[in-house]
Design a binder for this molecule. Structure first.
Ligand code: GLA
Length: 380
């Protein structure tokens, strides 16, 4: 009787422990990278004429272990948030000066300084977007109590914001870190229509053309101007037709490239994805992968990080990057950089899908070896 009780208690404690620890899956530890290859990500990507990047925040850059990993593996960074419209405008100064005034915050300045000191290149992200953009910029008096402004006023504000970004980067001595800038993020829907937002309401659908017109006017020539979007594998025809409209009166492109966010899942079809890349390459524009992560499972149903699922992910990374390298080497696509949206599952915006190259202990996953094109350790 006493024995039975003891057994039941032990059973109960086990169940509770499992519940509280989230039924953890035992981790298969892979060999460290230096035991397998002397090449880092930046060495491997350079062999195909590409930079390799990650997004970064001040917290990540201030963490000794993570910043050391970035400097070892990557040569390009994108600010995860700090250069989005929400964080680069000064409302009070805009009211006083009667135009949108750009002022970078401490986070942006500290990341810019760190990038400069460490020889990192930068992707700018992002000038015009429907999201993470202050509401007050669309209102009379730069105040949400005012009515929405009209087309001419909003175009002037757009111009002051875009010119302000490039002038401020120049004034601060950071402009030449940038080789690409996202002029517009996520303007098209999967059904081929333009996403309705405050830019379309105040200016009209041609806000898209004007954004590129101003960016082309104020950005130095060495900064490539990008249109960036997600679900690009379903938007290839829409985007190809769109970029064709981004020309000046002489027929010259105002845009340099299309940014492929590549927020993918292991349930996606990488062959279909690469076919969309081929369609977009027919525009003749450059292409960059700008926010790559490959989540386990699919959007509605994440999968746990079992050895089998992580192997599937490693193979997906291997095949996708191999397909891009092969195309770039053959001159079929003009791709000079691939950026991952992070590097560690622990700090990913989609951590429930374990989408990155390293796990939350910063140990390498099959996906790292997939990205490094070391097939034997990529999960095969
Ligand atoms: C989009 C944006 C990124 C980021 C992610 C979520 O892809 O382009 O800047 O906000 O969503 O982290």
């Amino acid at each position: 009787m006493y024995k039975m009780k003891k057994k039941s208690i032990i059973f109960l404690v086990c169940i509770l422990t499992l519940l509280f620890t989230g039924c953890t899956v035992e981790k298969v530890k892979l060999p460290a990278q230096k035991e397998i290859t002397s090449k880092n990500l930046k060495d491997v990507f350079l062999e195909h004429g590409m930079k390799v990047g990650t997004c970064v925040s001040a917290n990540v850059k201030n963490d000794e272990k993570m910043s050391a990993l970035i400097l070892e593996q990557f040569n390009s960074v994108t600010m995860e948030n700090a250069m989005k419209p929400d964080y680069i405008l000064n409302q009070e100064r805009s009211k006083t000066e009667g135009k949108l005034v750009v002022e970078f915050n401490q986070e942006a300045l500290s990341v810019l300084g760190w990038a400069k000191n460490n020889g990192l290149s930068m992707r700018g992200h992002t000038l015009i977007w429907y999201s993470q953009t202050p509401e007050w910029i669309f209102h009379e008096g730069f105040d949400t109590n005012g009515a929405y402004v009209g087309r001419e006023t909003m175009l002037a504000r757009m111009e002051s914001m875009i010119s302000g970004v490039f002038e401020e980067l120049d004034r601060l001595g950071y402009i030449n870190l940038f080789y690409a800038y996202d002029v517009i993020n996520e303007a098209w829907m999967e059904d081929g229509t333009i996403r309705k937002n405050h830019w379309t309401e105040t200016i009209g659908d041609d806000y898209l053309w004007y954004a590129f017109y101003y960016a082309d006017k104020y950005a130095p020539d060495y900064i490539d101007l990008y249109y960036n979007d997600y679900n690009e594998q379903y938007k290839a025809d829409t985007l190809s037709a769109f970029v064709n409209t981004l020309k000046d009166d002489d027929g010259r492109y105002l845009i340099d490239g299309i940014g492929l966010q590549a927020h993918l899942f292991t349930a996606d079809d990488f062959v279909g994805y690469l076919a969309a890349v081929d369609t977009l390459a027919e525009t003749g524009l450059k292409l960059q992968v700008t926010e790559l992560d490959i989540g386990l499972g699919k959007y509605q149903s994440p999968l746990t990080a079992t050895d089998a699922n992580l192997r599937t992910q490693g193979k997906f990374y291997y095949e996708l990057i191999n397909g891009l390298f092969t195309r770039a080497d053959a001159g079929k696509i003009k791709m000079d950089s691939i950026t991952f949206w992070g590097f560690s599952d622990g700090i990913s915006w989609r951590k429930e899908y374990s989408p990155q190259l390293y796990d939350s202990d910063l140990d390498p996953k099959y996906s790292l070896y997939g990205a490094l094109q070391v097939k034997e350790y990529a999960g095969y």
